[in-house]
Design a protein around this ligand. Structure first.
Ligand SMILES: NC(=O)c1ccc[n+]([C@@H]2O[C@H](COP(=O)([O-])OP(=O)(O)OC[C@H]3O[C@@H](n4cnc5c(N)ncnc54)[C@H](OP(=O)(O)O)[C@@H]3O)[C@@H](O)[C@H]2O)c1
Length: 317
């Protein structure tokens, strides 16, 4: 496994990190989660991402149990302030000071820890950036949180919060998480330039488009039942299932074949070659997937291959 600093922070993270949505799923038992976390340690992954809403909190609970005495060996990322906040009617939930401060207590209990490495506001919505930043800065000062992160933060808000932190000597945002993959490059236009300006590390999620970029789905064929998409996320596949995307997938499969690597490895490695990306977040429902995905950290793509990929992906801009 290769490691690197996240943006301008002192956090030293594995180039591949692991997502927590699957770990809170009803389809997995604690034993299966334990095995996935064990595989994660085996391959040297040291960053786990979760959120208080994944599996209604079960993701945090299971990760806390699976880590046990090894908690200090990982960078734990979790989030608060999503619109599904449980305290008030859902429509008023947002990363306000009120939610961020209350939810951190729940996260700490569920994760069975006394500090969170990176605490993210989850979605920017309607709360002023100064309020989000100040609340987070206070949580860092309290010792409950070590670093500040954002999830799906609108780029303008990320910029304003970062400028505010810079001008007021506050703890800055060090990590921003948003959807980014070979088939979804919109963040290259706004969030990523903002991250580069402020030294924030950009962490892509849905790096495999929830499995579409795994190459397991075939155009016109039924979705396999043993996949998350097959079980309950078919709309994701329906959205991706355009003639253009299938054509791109065929060409990407060809490139992966020429390089002698599986398609998911190519998709993850490509992200690691993009600006501001220091670690790529990928979900796994089996230990074998963790082991395979970790290999992407060591894949070096030549300028020629990157140009060939850019040519294929340009039509998707
Ligand atoms: N901040 C946010 O709003 C937000 C939103 C979404 C996700 N996230 C985070 O990002 C993480 C990843 O997102 P995601 O799970 O939606 O998308 P993803 O990482 O693109 O897809 C993960 C899925 O791809 C399949 N997969 C993974 N490795 C594979 C391999 N080597 N070969 C074949 N298939 C493979 C698995 O599907 P099967 O399970 O079907 O085998 C796995 O569940 C989440 O766990 C979460 O931590 C954050």
């Amino acid at each position: 496994m290769e490691y690197g600093y996240l943006g301008k922070s002192g956090l030293y993270a594995s180039r591949i990190s692991i997502g927590g949505v699957q770990l809170g799923s009803e389809d997995l038992s604690q034993r299966q989660v334990d095995r996935i976390i064990a595989a994660m340690f085996d391959v040297g992954i040291n960053l786990i991402d979760t959120a208080y809403i994944y599996g209604n909190g079960q993701s945090e609970v299971r990760i806390g149990k699976a880590l046990g005495a090894k908690r200090n060996d990982v960078i734990l990322v979790t989030k608060g302030g999503h619109y599904k906040a449980q305290y008030d009617p859902p429509s008023v939930g947002a990363p306000s000071r009120r939610y961020l401060v209350r939810e951190v207590e729940t996260c700490l209990k569920r994760l069975n820890t006394d500090y969170i490495d990176v605490y993210m506001w989850h979605m920017g919505n309607s709360v002023p950036p100064h309020e989000m930043l100040r609340a987070m800065d206070d949580l860092v000062k309290s010792g409950k949180v070590l670093y500040i992160g954002g999830s799906n933060t609108p780029a303008w808000k990320l910029g304003v919060a970062s400028e505010y932190a810079r001008n007021h000597g506050m703890n800055p945002v060090v990590l921003e998480q948003s959807g980014y993959s070979m088939l979804n490059r919109s963040r290259e236009l706004d969030t990523i330039p903002c991250c580069l300006e402020y030294g924030i590390s950009f962490m892509p999620y849905r790096a495999l488009q929830s499995g579409f970029l795994s190459g397991r789905y075939k155009q016109g064929e039924p979705v396999p039942e043993d996949t998350a998409v097959g079980r309950y996320n078919k709309p994701t596949l329906d959205r991706m299932s355009t003639d253009e995307n299938w054509e791109i997938l065929a060409q990407l499969t060809q490139v992966a074949g020429d390089l002698g690597i599986p398609l998911p490895e190519l998709a993850l490695a490509w992200l690691l070659h993009q600006s501001a990306v220091d670690t790529v977040l990928v979900g796994a429902s089996r230990p074998e997937q963790v082991i395979e995905n970790a290999k992407a950290a060591n894949v070096k793509l030549s300028p020629d291959v990157l140009a060939r990929l850019d040519e294929i992906l340009r039509r998707n801009d």
